[in-house]
Design a binder for this molecule. Structure first.
Ligand SMILES: [Mn+2]
Length: 355
């Protein structure tokens, strides 16, 4: 067990008035135990109590090493796994992970009378929101990988490679540079860049296109996520203007990050640059999202966020301007809030580039 993390979770449980929680998100179980498995449809749940005990309910299919502070209760297929869990649960309130399938929760409610399940993800989610030194190092390593991948990807830009093929090229580059795995990558050419979540297609590159690379993968379980926009063959005056506005918004967002600043003010600082330049209606999404073991996790960095920057928080700063049917620009970096300011996890250049 990662005891310091468990301690934070238990402190959060106390604040929430919970004596026990069931953690089922495999990422949260990894966070607390260092155990990483994909349980599929089988029961995999960690029962944490405020006395510091932790019991992991796990199928024999996934043999685990013993570790201090964790007891493992195995079941085999066909055994009453939820019944075993029900015996270990105390009466009264029980916090339930937001991802726990209802097929397990409903069984637990049948098998264990006298419990009152409530949504109980916050104690772990709030602990995960503040990365410890070990996690910050892993986040930096993942972003270093991303810097290396974008550098190599830009050398592979040509008119023969479709968006979809380029997405595959980048996934391969991630594997070459040490990613755990790399799903399909977001690559947009020309007018496709005006759709923030465009799905890479068979479109080929043409002179004058903007190209958005929004690329992400995990390394040692932690995510990187970076977006760079470049231009192919030539850049128009309007493209150049928009590029510089988005870059200035990205820098203004980063400059606003320090402990004590509400995340909605960071969104505002970046958005104001784009609004003042007259492109406000073309910046159609929030400024950023928290990131760590999951690619999107708390805190939210938007105009309605209630989060306040505190050391250890990691999130993206990714303003964009999307001109329908023409082109788009997005520039994304990851930041970590430090004791006295901000650490930018990506370091790849943001100078305007025509390839
Ligand atoms: Mn992102």
């Amino acid at each position: 067990m990662k005891q310091a993390r468990l301690k934070n979770v238990i402190a959060n449980m106390e604040k929430a008035g919970l004596n026990q929680i069931i953690v089922s998100d495999p990422l949260s179980i990894y966070y607390l135990t260092g155990i990483s498995i994909s349980p599929g449809e089988r029961l995999f749940a960690l029962l944490v109590k405020n006395d510091g005990s932790a019991k992991l309910f796990n199928n024999y299919l996934f043999p685990l090493e013993e570790q201090e502070g964790l007891s493992i209760v195995y079941h085999s297929d066909g055994e009453d796994a939820v019944g075993m869990l029900a015996q270990a649960v105390s009466g009264g309130l029980i916090g339930i992970d937001k991802f726990w399938p209802s097929k397990f929760l409903l069984q637990l409610m049948e098998k264990r009378s006298g419990i009152k399940p409530v949504l109980g993800s916050a104690p772990v989610d709030n602990a995960r929101m503040y990365k410890d030194a070990e996690e910050i190092e892993l986040m930096r390593a993942a972003s270093r990988m991303n810097d290396a991948v974008i550098d190599e990807a830009l050398k592979n830009v040509n008119t023969y490679t479709t968006e979809k093929q380029m997405s595959g090229v980048i996934a391969d580059l991630f594997m070459k540079h040490g990613a755990d795995n790399a799903a399909s990558q977001l690559v947009c050419y020309g007018a496709s860049c005006s759709e923030p979540h465009h799905e890479s297609s068979g479109v080929k590159l043409q002179k004058g296109d903007s190209i958005i690379f929004d690329i992400f993968a995990t390394k040692q379980h932690y995510w990187c996520d970076m977006t760079r926009t470049v231009f192919f063959g030539s850049v128009s005056d309007e493209q150049r203007k928009v590029y510089e506005i988005v870059k200035a918004a990205n820098l203004a967002g980063i400059a606003a990050v320090r402990p004590g600043v509400p995340l909605k003010d960071i969104d505002r600082a970046a958005r104001k640059v784009i609004e003042d330049a007259g492109y406000g209606k073309f910046f159609t999404h929030r400024l950023g999202h928290g990131i760590g073991l999951d690619v999107h996790e708390p805190p939210d960095c938007s105009g309605v966020s209630e989060a306040v920057a505190k050391p250890g928080m990691c999130f993206s700063i990714e303003p964009g301007v999307y001109i329908p049917g023409k082109f788009g620009v997005r520039t994304e970096d990851l930041v970590a809030v430090t004791e006295d300011g901000v650490l930018v996890l990506n370091s790849y250049s943001k100078e305007l580039r025509v390839i």
